[in-house]
Design a protein around this ligand. Structure first.
Ligand code: UGA
Ligand code: MN
Length: 259
């Protein structure tokens, strides 16, 4: 089965570095279709060229997060969800594609799997083979997230019975975005399932999952959720102190060089 990986991304100094690292991980994964959704009102040349040269099968989409839903400079990062509109745009594209291709290669499409991969996390190649045979929603632990060494579904007798998390364990699905995959079949048969861009902090994943699955139905992967195969890494924002100083003297780095 094909894995459709939906990645929201936005322009910033480290964007190309993040997407390069991600694309070179995905090159090692068979049957992966990368759906990159830019948080922008136009597709950008940087992303277009990176994708064209990547060697991957991909789709480039874009949708700008409305201003009232976007974090402003100085806002704490937890104030508003990020990437919600972009993931929904990816879902919209999948549903459009799914209904267009039904009949033709219906089975191939319906066996496919959807994963939401942020552009800054770290992914083991093994993770993709774990998620590839997802029937409904599969789950696994995520390292370095939620102020914990890891967060994880807790499995007993092959079923998820609760969640190991440091914060609000009674959320419907206290799972990071990186900790689950969903079958394309479920996406297509639940056309209204989307991410709620107004969700409270920590409830974005639940807003999508609660309409389509129950805890008992979750499929535990990664050796019954005992192995960490994805890490919620975050990239430090580079300091531009020297650049800014040199720019004032007209000696800044050549703006025509893409970084
Ligand atoms: C955590 C979760 O891991 C995310 O999946 C979740 O969307 C986010 O919290 C949230 O609460 O909304 P975190 O590392 O804090 O992640 O978020 P980012 O990695 O900064 O952003 C998540 C994704 O959205 C990234 O792929 C990023 O490129 C994208 N993004 C971020 C945008 O498209 N636009 C933005 O303005 C900011
Ligand atoms: Mn992140």
């Amino acid at each position: 089965p094909t894995i459709y990986v939906i990645t929201p991304t936005y322009a910033r100094l480290v964007q190309k570095a993040e997407l390069m690292r991600l694309s070179q991980t995905f090159l090692h994964v068979p049957q992966l279709h990368w759906v990159v959704v830019e948080d922008a009102d136009q597709p950008t040349a940087l992303v277009r060229n990176l994708l064209a040269e990547s060697g991957l099968t991909y789709t480039q989409l874009h949708i700008l997060t409305p201003k009232d839903r976007k974090l402003q400079e100085g806002d704490p990062s937890w104030l508003k969800p990020r990437g919600a509109e972009q993931r929904n745009e990816g879902l919209r594209w999948l549903r459009e594609m799914g209904s267009a291709s039904r009949g033709q290669h219906g089975a191939a499409v319906e066996n496919a799997v959807v994963y939401f991969a942020d552009d800054d996390n770290t992914y083991s190649l093994k993770l993709f083979e774990e998620m590839r045979y997802t029937q409904g929603v599969s789950v696994w632990p995520v390292g370095l997230v939620g102020g914990m060494r890891f967060e994880s579904p807790v499995v007993d007798g092959g079923k998820v019975i609760r969640f190991h998390t440091g914060w609000r364990p009674n959320r419907p699905f206290p799972i990071d975005m990186a900790g689950f995959a969903v079958s394309l079949h479920l996406v297509l048969t639940n056309p209204d399932a989307v991410f709620d861009g107004d969700a409270q902090m920590g409830f974005l994943e639940s807003s999508f999952l609660q309409g389509i699955i129950t805890m008992e139905e979750l499929e535990p992967k990664a050796d019954m959720c005992t192995k960490i195969l994805v890490w919620h890494t975050r990239t430090e924002k580079p300091k531009m102190k020297r650049e800014d100083a040199l720019q004032k003297q007209g000696l800044g780095s050549d703006p025509n060089v893409e970084v």
